[in-house]
Design a protein around this ligand. Structure first.
Ligand code: NAD
Length: 302
């Protein structure tokens, strides 16, 4: 049993924490939101008043917060957790943030003598609940070996992506693909339905054909095809479109830094930007199909 500190008890953090408690770990936790703290207490964690207090006794400190700005605020600087972590502790940030921000966190850890892993996840809220997340980890292999039993309580696949920041590099590439393919799948389902094709029949056919992909088969944007995915519960409590937009912007930032070109990524960023700007950013990103459906005029359908 390990002493684990956990900061960020949102859609992902709370179910991850539940799995740590279920595996027998002692968890101290903090979130700025009162409702999240109440749920974490009910889940069996000890709640403390600040992030620094979480760090005070941690062997492992995990953070799962929205952006790199939050991560650097929480961990670095005079009031950051790095100033409070005991010697020998391991800091594991599971948030999705820029590669450059993750490398800044590793550098701050090195300056304090604290090992850091960037360990973003894939698998969404359902994967967090089921304990089947995929972790993509950047940092020293020996530190990952130390983290493995803790990560395995929350996930099924733990990959070493390479050196500091490489976990985030894998994550940004994954989400670039996920964001683009959800738009492509939305176009195909919308066109199919307007051609008179039943979406369930289309899913069956395409899932064994060359157009098959995760968004089409396992996470379809059309409600009712797969139980429990966000589209089947009015696009609630999934991977917020706002967060997908954030991740696509991280991909664009990474492309600028590496002189890469992302023509489809740039278009996808613009489309999610329009969708979120219209006030739907809190819905799961698969709700982008609503905008795709609206983009074809009734006259064009007739
Ligand atoms: P969320 O908004 O539901 O939860 C974030 C939590 O962090 C909130 O409870 C918020 O109050 C808390 N928080 C913010 N600032 C804080 C601070 N300074 N101190 C303590 N708590 C603070 O977000 P989420 O969906 O859980 O996503 C978290 C991270 O995981 C993001 O980086 C996201 O991109 C990534 N992610 C999310 C999913 C998903 O499906 N939701 C999937 C993979 C990765």
């Amino acid at each position: 049993m390990a002493q684990i500190g956990f900061i960020g008890l949102g859609r992902m953090g709370l179910p991850m924490l539940r799995n740590l408690v279920a595996a027998g770990h002692a968890v101290r936790a903090f979130d700025i939101a009162e409702a999240a703290r109440v749920e974490a207490r009910e889940a069996g964690a000890a709640i403390v008043a600040t992030g620094q207090e979480v760090a005070g006794e941690a062997e492992y400190l995990i953070s799962m917060v929205p952006t790199g700005r939050h991560v650097l605020e929480i961990h670095t600087g005079p009031d950051g957790t790095l100033a409070r972590l005991p010697d020998g502790a391991l800091l594991i940030d599971c948030s999705t943030i820029a590669v450059a921000e993750a490398r800044a966190l590793h550098a701050a850890g090195r300056a304090r003598g604290i090992a850091v892993l960037d360990a973003p996840v894939s698998g969404g809220v359902m994967g967090a609940q089921a304990g089947t997340l995929t972790f993509m980890v950047g940092g020293e292999g020996a530190d990952l070996d130390r983290a493995r039993p803790v990560l395995q309580a929350m996930g099924r696949n733990v990959f070493h992506a390479g050196t500091a920041g490489n976990g985030q590099a894998a994550k940004v590439c994954n989400n670039l693909l996920a964001g683009i393919s959800m738009i492509a799948v939305s176009e195909a389902y919308t066109l199919g339905q307007r051609l008179g094709l039943d979406p369930a029949t289309m899913r069956d056919i395409v899932s064994t054909s060359t157009g098959s992909c995760h968004a089409l088969v396992n996470y379809p944007p059309v409600p009712g095809l797969v139980p429990n995915v966000p589209s089947s519960r009015e696009y609630r409590n999934g991977f917020a479109a706002d967060l997908m937009l954030k991740d696509l912007r991280l991909a664009e930032q990474a492309a600028l830094e590496t002189r890469s070109s992302l023509p489809l990524g740039t278009l996808a960023t613009a489309l999610y930007g329009l969708f979120c700007g219209g006030g739907s950013g809190d819905l799961d990103y698969s709700a982008v199909i609503r905008m795709i459906e609206g983009a074809t005029s009734p006259a064009a359908r007739a």
